[in-house]
Write a protein that binds this ligand. Sequence first.
Ligand code: LRH
Ligand code: MN
Ligand code: MN
Length: 424
Amino acid sequence: MEIEKYQIDAHNEKLDATHKQRFSFAASENARVEEVISKLIKFQIAIPSWALGTGGTRFGRFSGGGEPRSLEEKIEDIGLLHKLNQSSGAISLHIPWDIPTDYDAIKSLAAHHNLRFDAMNSNTFQDQADQKLSYKFGSLQHVDKAVRQQAIDHNIEVIRQGVALGSDALTVWLADGSCFPGQLNFRKAFQNTLESLEEIYAALPDAWKVFVEYKAFEPNFYSTTVGDWGQSLLYASKLGPKAYTLVDLGHHLPNANIEQIVSLLLMEGKLGGFHFNDSKYGDDDLTAGSMKPYQLFLIFNELVDGMDAKGIDHATGLGWMIDASHNVKDPLEDLLQSVDAIMISYTQALLVDRAALTVAQQENDVVRCQEILQDAFRTDVRAIVQEARLRSGGAAQPVQLYRELKVRENLIANRGLKTVATGL
Ligand code: LRH
Ligand code: MN
Ligand code: MN
């Protein structure tokens, strides 16, 4: 199924009068609105191929029907999202959950939907059916060099596939760690992982980056070999200039100050990419902004501040991606909500009066500092985000139009009710 321009136009027409009224009020309140809109239009958030099916928990999975059965159908689904919001112009693949075969055909399908290939994700946290050695006790950290080599080779193969598709980054997330005290020699595990990553790093093409994603716990519950931003930064620093830390919002211990982590990684030039999601307890992978919208805003506040300080382009300087997927929502509606929440937080962060904040900080005027941040956070920026979307050719209200066009019903009619997308 494809969404046609005339369908978007008809929907936009219906909502035009209300939007114009809201937008003119928002524009009258903010002198920098045009500058903000031009940034929003450029800002694209990659969709992970594994979020297009209903996510499972370790207790079960309830398929919603019409899920993509192949990489081609995943690209088509992201094409639908991008048509609606014009902010989801990239796909991130997970190998071997995705199996690209005909690279040229895949590339032209993606181009047809105006999508580019974001970071490639390797997978050494599961055993595949045809795999010789098991990752039960880790992959890049494993005590047996043969297992490490198998995992290294897999990562190099993922780079090769990414090159064929036109990607330019590899994300390595390792489940490696231990479940019980004494199981692992921490230093040996670190050294093995570093040596393995060095071999992968050596295989990176010139313009490529590698993102080292950290996670505090799960599936290992005593130690994780890339457990926090300090450890990720150690690997990235030892590896060299093409290696960066990747921050997944759900991968921290409770109450971690993620915005401070982001700020310092940016200062060090080592923040490479983001996995957006939200959580209440652990790596819940809930819709971005659904639990802690203020935290999301504070993170964007640091991102905008830190990127501007270094002259980094907001749209292209970091890898922006969603990593959310769960059990109860239609995954496409969920992704539209995540993208919208990210755009809202980004807009609010762009509205912060930075010059005034710097003065208030310098004067230790704590009350004023809070007022400045919360003034931006409490601004209703939805009409500004909508205006940016409309100017790019997107829908006024993406979720509403998705429902009006009965997209899910159409996908079920085409693909069937009992479909299971590869992924979590
Ligand atoms: C691990 C993780 C990582 C994986 C994805 C499926 O929790 O965040 O990014 O690749 O989930
Ligand atoms: Mn992640
Ligand atoms: Mn995760």
